[in-house]
Unconditional design. Sequence first.
Length: 440
Amino acid sequence: MISEQNLSHLSRRDQDKLMIRGLAREFAEIANLPVQQEKKRLWKDLNQLSMKRPMVMVYSFPWIEAEKSHPELLIRSSHPVDQEIERFLKRMLFKWRYMKADMVIDPIYLSHVFMNGSAIRLSNQPAEAAWFSYCSNIHVIDQGNPSRAQAFRPVIHDEDDIERIMSPNVVINSRLTELYFERSAELLHPFIKVRKCGVQSIPFAPIDELASLWGIEALMIDMVERPELIHRAMEKIVSTYIKRLEQLITLDLLATNHVTAGSITQGMGESITDELPDKGLYHAGVKPENMWGGTAAQIMAGVSPQMHERFALDHEAKWLERFGLSAYGCCEPLHKKIDMLKKIKNLRKISMSSWIDIEEAADKIGKKYIFSYKPNPTFLAFEPFDLAQSKKELETVLSKTSEHGCQLEVILRTIISYRSDPDRIKQWVDMAMNLVGARP
């Protein structure tokens, strides 16, 4: 029997283990519900263009706001590994409580490989630098918030600067990988199986990345005034990603991203499908052609289809053609560019925001691709809270996509604030699930 008295004799990490195992037990009970397999089948049907009904998911969430507002999300364990696992479990349970929709939970925990060389960088920059830290003179508003506002000074101006872009050197930290796996297995046994996992997803948006290096205004001007320089920069960025991909292949670090839940490509719905082979998750000989790939070019939202193709897609295609299936877009309007996207031979999903002509988008996408629709999330921050406008938006989307036989997923993401009221999101989920005809 657990009591305050016998707990007081346990070490801090033993207490943390008991707490995390309690969370793991609750997680496992949910993960083993029959509904999980039902949802997997529905996602598989959608991804194989045999949709039974539109699918609904809440993808991104303002966890910084949530952790300040909901005590059940506070991290109480002491060790960094324990904290990461505790955070994962608490967030998944919170999502299941308020954002269930067509969420899928597997009874496994993926213990990922630790390695250096995860991002390209510039010469004279720290090896751990990520793309968003390329720019000097950054002014950060909130150090604890990854969605913080930033101001920056671009660092690429000419061809010499382009040559500063360096290819990463991928190096596995085998000891850290093994220690993390062992601790994860110790904490989660016997409720959740821990599996080693390689790299399932590689974020790839080269023209957006270039904008962070070049400056948006300068990029737009130079596509007209110095086009050859933009092409040179894009070639350099894409080639560095391909070199890193080749290193991952050589090190046998790629993992299938269409079998386990949560292997989401480019911020879209679940990627579960039988159309790609299930090679495995770790040292399994996985090649890019066994995986989903994807890209986006949000910075090109106001650029013509012709210039978008010339400066973005022609370069992105070298990456996308390596994969078995691909997804394009994120939260940009692409309804005027679908004919351009159809040139991608392995294209399966097209993602667009609410800032589109839904009739034109649905007509052009038709039955051949999955339409990943991103509704406007701002209603969650309004006072007074009112679902009416969001419901009207979704009814229109469902009507137009049904008319054109579209394969549809509705992914609520980029939630900046929900006024610390999770019932707002739950109400939206209930409304959306009712509209798509989901069983209660």
